[in-house]
Design a protein around this ligand. Structure first.
Ligand code: NAD
Ligand code: MG
Ligand code: MG
Ligand code: MG
Ligand code: MG
Length: 329
């Protein structure tokens, strides 16, 4: 494609064919670029990528001859994939691309000194990266350069971001440290950790006070989507426009009582643990020990009473069928 001179004749190896890998591979191919998908033979995605028309090879084979290698396997296997398949095979002067900086920033991967190392991370799940591309649009993406040996690292990051559609929307420059630390903080303090703990605490408060779990579920979990959709479309401003005056007044006087200065101080502690490597060290040790605490915490979440009543209620809301829910990524 004309907007892609830098990678126009390049061979791109996409390692992994999950949420991001599949969307990137399809978009890059539709942008006229030459893509090979690298997967383990017999792994869960091999058949799918072949059926969707890609050349598929073992990761090491896919890396050989590639001018750009996109590492889109799960974060915790990337260090092994690097050591076994990338380091011995990647061409000098080629680019190694990540969608999350964790392994490079926390030095689990020490990239060879004769390659470019770049990052392109769309700010959305893979399904959206694909559907927006198909609509002729794209998902805003952030990009960074960690190592530039060719003098072309920035141009390669832009060309890749254009190839997946991000350039049609907006590209924001970042660095590996900022991307890694803010991504971890967001998911821990607000998105996954903060939001799920807020919902569980609200549900427990109502149920312990004697209210029905079904009613509590609707008030603190189900309706959260309506509020978050308003945030997503128009920020807190739009939420305030759409809720009642009573809800607004309650927000102003009670929100800061629940999420008070103590919460913010603990958010700073969480951020400190991310910045100084404590979180990464603990998570890597947990992963290498076979996930004993992770499994225990997960089981407790899955068995929480809000999940028990939620499963029952969602079964009576046909618009929440798995096909629809999957779009959320
Ligand atoms: P995923 O779990 O959806 O898919 C991983 C893929 O890698 C699968 O196809 C799997 O079969 C394959 N795989 C697993 N082990 C492998 C191995 N040893 N060798 C080769 N292939 C292997 O992963 P994802 O969510 O797409 O995440 C990929 C990267 O993108 C991560 O760095 C993640 O942080 C980043 N990211 C994800 C999102 C998102 O929306 N999911 C958003 C931004 C960035
Ligand atoms: Mg993120
Ligand atoms: Mg993340
Ligand atoms: Mg939680
Ligand atoms: Mg209500």
């Amino acid at each position: 494609m004309s907007n892609n001179d830098t990678l126009g004749n390049a061979r791109i190896a996409v390692l992994g064919y999950g949420s991001q890998g599949r969307a990137h591979a399809l978009n890059l191919r539709d942008s006229g670029l030459d893509v090979v998908v690298g997967l383990r033979k017999g792994g869960p995605s091999w058949e799918k990528a072949s059926a969707e028309g890609f050349k598929v090879a073992e990761p090491g084979e896919a890396v050989k001859g590639a001018d750009l290698v996109a590492v889109l396997t799960p974060d915790m296997v990337q260090a092994d994939v690097y050591t076994q398949s990338i380091e011995p095979n990647i061409k000098p002067g080629a680019a190694l691309l990540f969608a999350h900086g964790f392994n490079v920033h926390f030095k689990r991967i020490d990239p060879r000194k004769d390659i470019d190392v770049i990052l392109v991370a769309p700010k959305g799940p893979g399904a959206l990266v694909r559907t927006e591309y198909e609509r002729g649009r794209g998902v805003p993406s952030i990009w960074a350069v960690y190592q530039d040996v060719s003098g072309q690292a920035e141009a390669k990051a832009h060309a890749y971001a254009n190839g997946i559609g991000g350039g049609r929307a907006m590209l924001i420059k970042t660095d590996f440290k900022e991307e890694t630390e803010t991504d971890l903080f967001g998911e821990q303090a607000v998105l996954c950790g903060g939001a799920s703990s807020l919902v569980q605490a609200g549900f427990e408060t109502l149920v312990e006070a004697g209210y029905q779990p079904e009613i509590a579920y609707y008030e603190v979990l189900h309706e959260l989507k309506l509020i978050v959709d308003l945030f997503y479309e128009g920020g807190i401003t739009k939420m305030l426009q759409f809720v009642s005056e009573t809800a607004q007044y309650g927000d102003y006087v009670s929100g800061p009582r629940v999420i008070d200065a103590g919460v913010k101080a603990r958010m700073k502690d969480v951020l400190t643990d991310i910045q100084n490597g404590t979180f990464a060290r603990n998570w890597i040790a947990e992963y290498e020990a076979g996930l004993p605490n992770y499994k225990k915490f997960k089981q407790a979440d899955l068995e929480h009473p809000v999940e028990v009543v939620g499963a029952k209620l969602r079964a009576r809301m046909p618009w929440l069928q798995p096909e629809t829910a999957k779009q959320a990524g």
